[in-house]
Design a protein around this ligand. Structure first.
Ligand code: NCD
Length: 307
């Protein structure tokens, strides 16, 4: 059973196909309005979410399908001690496809090994978030018309930010990708991402604490929130949370070509005034995420023989 746990589960050719489908949905939404009639998606979210869960739900509704939810972990059997494996086996009896978010790294993989329907990882702890990356990739594609030869600056919490890990992996497969990793010392990109993903692909990267000094080189600035819920103590969070704040003032000297992305939710990392800047793309990411999730649901249901 084909599931998507990591963005690397999809080849670059498959990503390109998903982009073609998503763009076709944008152009011809009516042609997809009944594509998933009588099919059901379960959203199993054991961690807070606004965008991702609603985006999956809106995606399934726009395909003519149905959604059943288990939004509150403490109102479900997980609160009684049920394992992820048992929940996945159980829910497989009710639906055609599952989207799951969980605070533990690897939870979605365990679910996929036990489910009899496709599982989509909607975020597992500080590990991966492939469908956010799909939203990011469609945004980059529509803004830049290319994936090759881009320099991306990731700024903020690169240690716990799962969207960074997934997008860094996805971009590592394109030619000429360069990364600038901007973070406090304590929140640097984990070694496993550098060793397992960047090094084998030969992606050049630099690490710095300086945001303003780095912007000139960038095609994309990807800002992130400091992941409070993954910190061991509040003091460290408070010390680091406002380290990087992107303002209009700082953007003045940034190149025209440099688009600003953020997976959202934003806390303080981007001042609201930046939203008016034509380079700000983070609300486009939200919209594109829905179309890419529609494309992915269609693909996985077809491959599973359920469409
Ligand atoms: C991200 C996540 O959950 O990892 N949000 C999202 O899905 N768009 C980023 C974050 O929570 O900071």
């Amino acid at each position: 059973m084909r599931s998507v746990i990591d963005i690397m589960d999809l080849s670059t050719a498959e990503i390109q196909d998903l982009i073609v489908t998503a763009e076709d949905i944008i152009e011809n939404p009516d042609q997809y309005a009944h594509a998933c009639e009588r099919k059901k998606l379960a959203t199993l979210f054991f961690e807070p979410s606004t965008r991702t869960r609603m985006s999956f739900e809106a995606a399934m509704y726009e395909l003519g399908g149905h959604v059943i939810s288990m939004s509150e972990a403490n109102s479900s059997s997980a609160a009684k001690g049920e394992s992820v494996a048992d929940t996945a086996k159980t829910v497989s009896n009710y639906v055609d496809i599952i989207a799951m978010r969980h605070p533990k790294e690897g939870a979605a993989l365990v679910a996929s090994m036990n489910a009899s329907v496709p599982v989509i990882n909607a975020g597992d702890g500080g590990h991966c978030h492939p469908t956010q990356t799909m939203a990011d990739l469609l945004t980059i594609w529509r803004e830049k018309k290319q994936f090759d030869h881009l320099t991306i600056g990731f700024c903020g919490d690169l240690k716990f930010g799962r969207t960074v890990h997934s997008l860094a992996g996805a971009m590592a497969r394109y030619e000429g990708t360069k990364l600038v990793l901007i973070s406090p010392e304590e929140l640097r990109l984990p070694d496993y991402v550098k060793k397992n993903i960047l090094a084998p692909a030969g992606v050049p990267f630099t690490e710095t604490t300086d945001l303003e000094g780095s912007m000139n080189d960038l095609d994309i600035l990807y800002m992130t929130r400091v992941q409070r819920e993954r910190f061991f103590n509040e003091e460290d969070y408070l010390r680091l949370k406002d380290r990087y704040i992107l303002t209009e003032e700082k953007l003045k000297s940034a190149p025209e070509r440099m688009i600003v992305m953020h997976p959202l939710p934003r806390v303080n990392e981007i001042s609201v005034a930046v939203d008016e800047d034509p380079r700000a793309c983070y609300f486009k990411q939200v919209l594109y995420g829905k179309y890419m999730r529609m494309a992915l649901i269609l693909k996985l249901l077809k491959e599973a023989g359920r469409l």
